[in-house]
Design a protein around this ligand. Structure first.
Ligand SMILES: C[S@@+](CC[C@H](N)C(=O)[O-])C[C@H]1O[C@@H](n2cnc3c(N)ncnc32)[C@H](O)[C@@H]1O
Length: 330
């Protein structure tokens, strides 16, 4: 007796019904089904060059391989190849969030997807969370944060430069296809604007030149157990931020790291790391907010000799004066 689930050439497998479009209330920035007018598509040519554009009825896309009509793409399911008038072949998909943020217009430098992913995971950004970020820059991280908190959360983005806030507003609105209900964009310097807002937050994310200037404001806004995370490009910024968090005293011991991504070439027997990689983007550092009046346990391990010696000029925890260290080392 043949298995009822078995298919033979005479009885072709039935194709199941297609998935309906993603619910608009999810605010995912994703669509399923046929490509529509007003949506953004990403075309990739045979050399890997990317072209992003908004589908418009009656419009043409031009490249060094001639042109093709937007109308040829509208109404088709993404994931196909088209040929332009001069024989160029293009792969057609909707852009992913990770692709959108690296190709969207920029005001300030963006946080790359590898670091946005680390921030969402390591700062444990959850659906429904209240998140504060500064500065908003071009809005790249904002898109990932809004995805993570969802329609029941809140992302409060502070930016002190109006022209960058405008770029971010345009990018985030384009990605989500409208004004995301969880997003609140505010102009101002976080160090002053956050205390003035009276906000309480589960997470505070700092991506700016001088995050140490915002540690007090972040500490006052963070709920006990909340997470402070900074994204900094240089070792000197990292050092100053970490020491400022230690001196504040209301956080757990800061944890600092960076992530390195290396692509691999996989072809037959030639399986090896790519020759090129992005060697450095930034360092990340997290610390958790203690409850009011509570201090983390004193570190039992002594700092490395010279760590806070005569050549060190940064912020210094109260128990690490030169004299106290000399006495401990004696
Ligand atoms: C590198 S960009 C942020 C990029 C953003 N995270 C993204 O992924 O697109 C840094 C931004 O922080 C802003 N900024 C610097 N210090 C600030 C502060 N104290 N308060 C608010 N914004 C600040 C700058 O104007 C700049 O737009």
């Amino acid at each position: 007796m043949p298995d009822a689930t078995e298919t033979t050439p005479e009885t072709p497998a039935t194709t199941s019904a297609p998935l309906a479009d993603v619910a608009a209330e999810a605010w995912s920035g994703v669509h399923r089904g046929p490509l529509r007018v007003g949506e953004w598509v990403r075309l990739i040519d045979s050399k890997g060059r990317k072209h992003n554009f908004e589908l418009t009825e009656g419009k043409r896309f031009f490249s060094n391989k001639g042109h093709l009509e937007h109308d040829e793409l509208i109404g088709r399911e993404e994931g196909f190849t088209v040929r332009s008038s001069a024989g160029g072949e293009y792969l057609v998909f909707r852009p992913l969030l990770s692709e959108f943020v690296v190709s969207m217009p920029r005001g300030a430098a963006v946080i790359y997807p590898k670091d946005s992913a680390q921030i969402v995971a390591m700062a444990d950004v959850f659906p429904g969370a209240v998140v504060v970020e500064a500065g908003v820059g071009s809005g790249a991280l904002t898109c990932s944060l809004l995805r993570a908190v969802g329609p029941f959360g809140q992302v409060h983005s502070f930016e002190r430069r109006e022209e960058f806030a405008d770029v971010a507003r345009q990018n985030v609105t384009q990605f989500f296809g409208g004004q995301h209900p969880s997003w609140h964009l505010q102009l101002g310097d976080l160090a002053e604007a956050l205390p003035a807002s009276g906000l309480r937050a589960d997470r505070v994310i700092l991506d700016m030149l001088a995050p140490w200037e915002c540690v007090d404001a972040a500490a006052d806004a963070l709920t006990p157990g909340g997470i402070l995370i900074a994204y900094v490009a240089t070792t000197t910024q990292l050092s100053r931020f970490v020491e400022t968090v230690r001196v504040h005293g209301g956080f757990t011991e800061p944890h600092s790291w960076e992530s390195l991504n290396r692509d691999w070439h996989v072809e037959g027997l030639a399986v090896r790391p790519d020759h090129k990689m992005i060697g450095h983007t930034a360092f990340l550092c997290t610390a958790r907010r203690m409850a009011p009046g509570e201090k983390p346990p004193r570190k039992t391990r002594r700092p490395a000799p010279g760590a806070y010696g005569a050549d060190y000029f940064g912020p210094r925890p109260a128990d690490l004066t030169e004299q106290s260290l000399e006495e401990r080392d004696a």
